[in-house]
Ligand binder design. Sequence first.
Ligand SMILES: Cc1ncc(C[n+]2csc(CCOP(=O)(O)OP(=O)(O)O)c2C)c(N)n1
Ligand SMILES: [Mg+2]
Length: 1029
Amino acid sequence: MHHLRTTVARLGPLAAAQTAQIAPQSRLLALERGTRTFQPVRSLRASVAAEPFLNGTSSNYVEEMYYAWLEDPRNVHKSWDIFFRNANAGAPPGAAYQSPPPLSGPSDGTMGVRALVGAQPNVEKLVKDHLAVQSLIRAYQVRGHHIAKLDPLGISCVDFDDAPCTVGFQNVVTLSVKYSLYGLTEGDLDKVFRLPASTFIGGNDSALPLREIIRRLEMAYCQHIGVEFMFINDLEQCQWIRQKFETPGIMQFSLEEKRTLLGRMIRSTRFEEFLQRKWSSEKRFGLEGCESLIPALKTIIDRSSQCGVESMILGMPHRGRLNVLANVIRKDLDQIFCQFDSKLEAADEGSGDVKYHLGMYHRRMNRVSDRYITLSLVANPSHLEAVDPVVQGKTKAEQFYSGDTEGKRVMSILLHGDAAFAGQGIVYETFHLSDLPSYTTHGTIHVVVNNQIGFTTDPRMARSSPYPTDVARVVNAPIFHVNADNPEAVMFVCNVAAEWRNTFHKDVVVDLVSYRRNGHNEMDEPMFTQPLMYKQIKKQKGVLQKFVEKLVAEGVITTQHYEEEVARYDKICEDAFAHSKDEKILHIKHWLDSPWPGFFTLDGQPKTMSCPSTGIREDELCHIGNVAASVPLEDFMIHGGLSRILKGRAHMVSKRVCDWALGEYMAFGSLLKEGIHVRLSGQDVERGTFSHRHHVLHDQNVDKRICIPMNSISPDQAPYTVCNSSLSEYGVLGFELGFAMASPNALVLWEAQFGDFHNTAQCIIDQFISSGQAKWVRQNGIVLLLPHGMEGMGPEHSSARPERFLQMCNDDSDVFPKVTGDFAVHQLYDCNWIVVNCSTPANYFHVLRRQILLPFRKPLIVFTPKSLLRHPEAKSSFDDMLPGTHFQRLIPDEGPAAVGPQNVKRVVFCTGKIYYDLIRERKSRGLEDAVAVVRIEQLSPFPFDLVKAEADQYQNADLVWCQEEHKNQGYYDYVKPRLRTTLNRTRPIWYAGREPAAAPATGNKHTHLTELQHLLDAAFDLETSPGKL
Ligand SMILES: Cc1ncc(C[n+]2csc(CCOP(=O)(O)OP(=O)(O)O)c2C)c(N)n1
Ligand SMILES: [Mg+2]
């Protein structure tokens, strides 16, 4: 409507014929631009009040008339013709937009504004009625879901008072859909009205009586399905949805479809009943009250498979998970049942996990599509919704590896609980990844098990939005609410959802409005907190029973057929139960969600227990270095500052040295050349927060023209992906973890802008990265790059919180390990993750390459530098990166102290950047003979063997641990017991560092420097021993 008004306002002086040539184009343009097209803001505020029929829902109709008139003034009623001519002639709002002229009036189009006054009432009513019908249709499309019968209990607002949050479907009902509000009367019900192009209720008819219009709209929008979609900006998408729901007779199913649906409902319902009979006191988070979830998922899978999808990756919470495993993924029932046997011993190492968290991978034939499909359910922690971005990352990776650039073959399905979907911020973060080029999975189907309760909290206290699904509106995802007590309606919306995803490749939400028959788990008493709701639930007939009665009444099945089907499935369960007793041992490996074929031996072990040298040939170093210094595209104008950086790189190559950025380039480039995909993701990683990386070059003259030299290393290299992420940590780290899960043959790195920001992704770190292998026997080689260092920048931006990562390491602080064979590799194999703080570019280069050259995968946490990126001494020679070289877990002192160890009075152990402060101070004090500085580069697993060798070498020296972090932070608590164990408590070890503190660093630069000097004084004052560790 704004378009009409502004067009009228702007083109006022033009004649209608002239306008007609211009307007259709602008209309087309608006359509083409789709969701990102916004109409210009209206400038003439005064006329809004003066032209009430141009507002709101009637705008559609008037706009249509207007466009028809623009094409040919004879297309519309004379009254409209004159109306638009007057508007174009510049009639002032108040006068021009009064009633249209009478049919009998002057009709040559030259009528003046005054002639509009005194229109005949019957014409006025005709126009108004048409407008009203348009508005009515639109009102149903926009708000029909408010009065749809979505709640199977029918009580959703019964006990909802006037709490600030108006939740519950009845509360959002608006009377505006009642025709009387539009000035229509009983007498108009049998009048025939033309239907606009924005509705499909007519089928083949272009006009219908008002009574029938309302009936059809009620059928489409106000029964057991509530369609929320009119906020979508794209007109084509809106039309598509209207067609799917409004076309008369569209919601009909064949007998076969109904019987299949019944079979699925029987499985879903009887499975829960079986578990309840056998293990009545076990938690299983049953599906009772939302049994139609199973046919819902199966419909989505069938339809998607018919559309060509071959692999589906699912993420879901506890509710109904065992049922999904049994009846959707088709995990063997005996495997599920033996999980209930607490006496079975686990065959695999690690903690394992409870049965409703485990994952699963299965390939099978889909009977409906006759095509093979792979289904995987990703294992997840208890933390609700945390798995969402992980599923998306894994899906993206599978799309990437299979060359599925449009998401036609691989897709994700995410299940949610109503309380978690509304409450957890990660849902929002995940939605915001959905349309970003390097993160999109080309549409996810979300299914919400909306049982109208979360544990003991009802929606009035759980959210501020009417629906639990409102978060999906931010990405223009259509939302299909459906009463889950109507399995046919559920199946219908699931079909539409699958078709939507496979047509537009955008997210869609199915909201299964249901209830929870039992307490939160089977042991819980729900009457404590929801007495009225549960009184109603106790009266509620089960959905299967209702459905069977309906089918019997319709003559689709007989009671006998139903009973036979039930008996057949019950027998399947009983047989599987008997079989499950034969199991002697639990294999968590049978629950693996992401197998890596060929990477391990057949029994799942690493193929070797050694790691080759991570060095590369000099010519390769030179070649990669030169690529890093070049702009491989012709006529590509880069920024002058960048030219200097590239020249600097070329200079370094000629001098056979690397700085940090070049070391990283060498690692990435060489792996790419060896066919390993490298993916670096995080905020501003393309350039690098500290402007050191510059992996994406931008043409200074052409918008969006970029060049990624890393992809020009060799013609048969693997592709390099470097992507600036959305401003999210939790979502993006979860995504990259999922990406790394899909294949062991990729180096996947997530970089935090500053290390401390990782704490907003803490759940991914705690629940997945540090403990994932122990819980789910699946390995992951993700790399976290966490800029860290006390540089006087204040409490924030300083610490990546090494203490937290170290506290979660599983190496035993009190046991000096047996040093045999390839100890370093064995130690890595046994650990839950690797934590390093490299002090040289070469060591950083090696540790990145080692990630891939190891015969197994472990997460790698790297504390990365900030000022060291440009520190003149933090450079490495090519000699340290050649074949035969490797990652150094510990770097011994190589100066005068090491030459005469017997003269050394003190050994200072340290890690990371403080090393450079220490050697500067040592030099200025002339203590190079007397003090050895030893760098522990791999903090965890702790290099017990190498630390011991160093301590043994300096028998006459006292030993100091020095760190720049506060004493209650950094590495202190981790290294202390390990140093003591290494020294077998025969020698004391002292501490030089900052005092304990609440904040990671001071905000005052001067204080920072003073603190630094104090700790250096403590490290080098050989007369006084600093405080004992
Ligand atoms: C992040 C997180 N916070 C709290 C919990 C504890 N918790 C487990 S289930 C649950 C209620 C979930 O409600 P809803 O999402 O509606 O799922 P439902 O159990 O109703 O299917 C809560 C609070 C959790 N698992 N995860
Ligand atoms: Mg719930």
